[in-house]
Design a binder for this molecule. Structure first.
Ligand code: ZN
Ligand code: ZN
Length: 268
């Protein structure tokens, strides 16, 4: 019998596995990406390795800088190398510099060739989710920016949570959620209600919509929910609602290509 080299393996979270399997059935076109996401979510469940790498935020960072701005992150080289190389092998991208790729993923730099970009983004998820868990208590009491207060990414989703329908923006990388006023564009801070609107699919208006800003032409998918999504569910929800992206893009709206805040984090 051959034993995998990864040491002790834990049982996976059954709910995540069921949701990923369901996504694979519904979106066979995204099979390759879902395979990588599934690996990243599995790695994220094994949090201890990554929680040990969570850095102290810079004390003198600018007020509007996310917690990981210019952070020096020291990872366990063997564990990080094993994880990134496993993901790279799965994506068939050849030999990679594990630490450099992880750093690119954390800072949202785009490595070349572009195929590496997806690997870098997904490779960083276990570390970023660990940062969000460990640093949750350090989040500023109020955060008015449209980008993630932990990792600087633009939100993937706006959630309207509970009976009071509080508007929360959610980061698809680290999973952080932060409250922001109802009528305010996450991307350009537009607050003029004449310039903010939404599209809703027939019959789903109560549950799903796409928020639009005519000032910056940005769009953000929104979901009404009783309870906030788990961090692992955000990217799965993003895939499940790709028909809403199509509708927004067809009307000339887009998600910003550049990160919300350049993180400039360094890994060692
Ligand atoms: Zn984030
Ligand atoms: Zn805008």
């Amino acid at each position: 019998m051959l034993w995998p080299d990864a040491g002790l393996r834990r049982a996976r979270n059954v709910e995540i596995q069921a949701r990923v399997a369901d996504a694979r059935r519904r979106h066979p076109e995204s099979e390759a990406w879902l395979g990588l996401l599934d690996a990243a979510l599995g790695e994220s469940e094994d949090g201890a390795t990554w929680e040990a790498a969570v850095p102290r935020p810079l004390a003198d960072r600018p007020v509007k800088a996310p917690l990981l701005y210019r952070a020096r992150i020291t990872v366990d080289e063997r564990a990080a190398g094993r994880w990134v190389k496993r993901l790279a092998a799965r994506a068939n991208v050849g030999e990679v510099d594990a630490v450099a790729l992880l750093e690119a993923g954390v800072s949202q730099d785009n490595p070349d060739p572009p195929a590496l970009r997806v690997v870098a983004q997904l490779a960083a998820i276990p570390l970023l989710q660990a940062c969000a868990r460990v640093l949750a208590a350090e989040l500023p009491a109020s955060w008015w920016e449209g980008y993630c207060p932990v990792c600087g990414a633009w939100p993937v989703l706006a959630e309207y949570v509970g009976l009071e329908r509080k508007r929360l923006l959610r980061c698809g990388r680290c999973g952080t959620g932060w409250a922001i006023p109802m009528l305010r564009c996450a991307f350009c801070d537009e607050t003029d209600h004449e310039r903010l609107g939404y599209l809703a699919p027939d019959g789903e208006e109560e549950m799903r919509k796409v928020e639009l800003c005519t000032s910056c032409k940005g769009y953000l998918k929104a979901l009404t929910t009783v309870r906030s999504l788990a961090p692992w569910a955000i990217l799965l929800d993003d895939l499940a609602t790709v028909h809403l992206d199509v509708v927004a893009i067809e009307r000339g709206y887009e998600r910003p290509a550049r990160p919300g805040y350049a993180l400039e984090a360094r890994l060692a």
